[in-house]
Write a protein that binds this ligand. Structure first.
Ligand code: GLV
Length: 319
């Protein structure tokens, strides 16, 4: 029997994932890392699986063009806001993603951003490079984590991983908000509160929620207005949870102390965007899961999603 055919959208995916897929499938790998949607759509008909990295929007149009051979897709990401999951499933196509294996790496980036934003790392470095160091007792003062209130918007596994990593910094109190209280919050003694209370009370506000209809644009001017002037805002969830213009105003007008972003809307942020001129913004270009081990693990898990489905077994992480 011939091997099932799987389309891969780029040739720079960690080889461990591609090698695993090759043991059971015949791969069509699109060359380079910049295949356009049109190129993907031209290639997909006749394939049983689609294995991909990046925000390929798998929606009705995509599925119509892919045709009836498509049985499984797996994104090499935890987030799945680029997938029309109900429509994919309605067509009997299996769909997987790669959560859990990236929790630690994303939590580490969150802690890095939080420390850097609280202690003005970007601003300090920039002053140093410009020869503007001043040995004054009240220069470049930052915010303490010790004794602070940390509010987490979306206490899922990543939110919890971040909180656990902050415990040794002697956080005073953890708050969280979301749909409903969670048993796992007991692990860190976190208190369930409304979003408004969290915004008003927190010294650090950490967004670790996925992008959904409910969270889209959640952080607007009104949200930043409720936060403390000394608050540090961190987003490692999805950029569109925050209205970028509102965040820009909050940072420029010092409504909050600083922000740390792994994600932003749009991505990539244009290099001449005003956000990049602000001293009180720490920003990295969506590299939360970008460690050698994590990206390898993600590639492997996504490959297992595909091979399992094609063998009629449950996916490792189905949606
Ligand atoms: O943002 C990263 C992911 O969703 O994997």
């Amino acid at each position: 029997m011939s091997k099932p055919k799987v389309l891969v959208n780029r040739d720079d995916i960690p080889t461990a994932g591609l090698d695993l897929l090759r043991t059971k499938c015949k791969l069509t790998i699109l060359p380079g890392s910049n295949s356009t949607r049109e190129e993907i759509l031209r290639a997909i008909p006749g394939h049983d699986g689609f294995y991909f990295f990046g925000h390929v929007n798998v929606n009705t149009d995509f599925l119509d063009i892919a045709g009836p051979s498509l049985k499984v897709i797996s994104t090499i990401s935890a987030g799945f806001d680029h997938l029309d999951v109900p429509e994919i499933k309605r067509r009997g196509i299996k769909v997987g993603h790669t959560p859990i294996v990236l929790n630690a790496a994303v939590a580490e980036i969150a802690v890095m951003l939080l420390l850097n934003a609280a202690r003005r790392a970007h601003e300090s470095r920039s002053l140093l490079e410009r020869g503007k160091v001043e040995a004054k007792p009240q220069w470049l003062l930052g915010q303490d984590i010790r004794g602070s209130t940390v509010g987490i918007v979306g206490l899922g596994m990543i939110g919890l991983a971040i909180a656990n990593r902050l415990v040794p910094f002697e956080v005073g109190r953890f708050l969280y908000t979301g749909h409903a209280p969670k048993k796992s919050a007991d692990e860190i003694g976190a208190e369930f509160v409304s979003l408004d209370d969290l915004l008003e009370l927190s010294d650090f506000v950490i967004v670790a929620t996925p992008l959904t209809i409910e969270t889209h644009g959640l952080f607007d001017d009104a949200a930043f207005d409720k936060m403390k002037k000394t608050a540090v805002f961190i987003n490692i969830g999805r950029g569109a949870v925050v209205k970028t213009d509102a965040l820009l105003r909050a940072l420029k007008e010092k409504k909050i102390f600083a922000a740390g972003l792994d994600v932003v809307d749009p991505e990539p942020l244009p290099k001449d965007h005003e956000l990049l001129t602000l001293p009180n913004l720490e920003i990295v270009p969506h590299i939360g899961s970008a460690t050698i081990k994590t990206r390898r693990d993600m590639a492997i898990v996504a490959a297992q999603n595909i091979t399992n489905a094609l063998e009629g077994k449950p996916l490792v992480y189905p949606l």
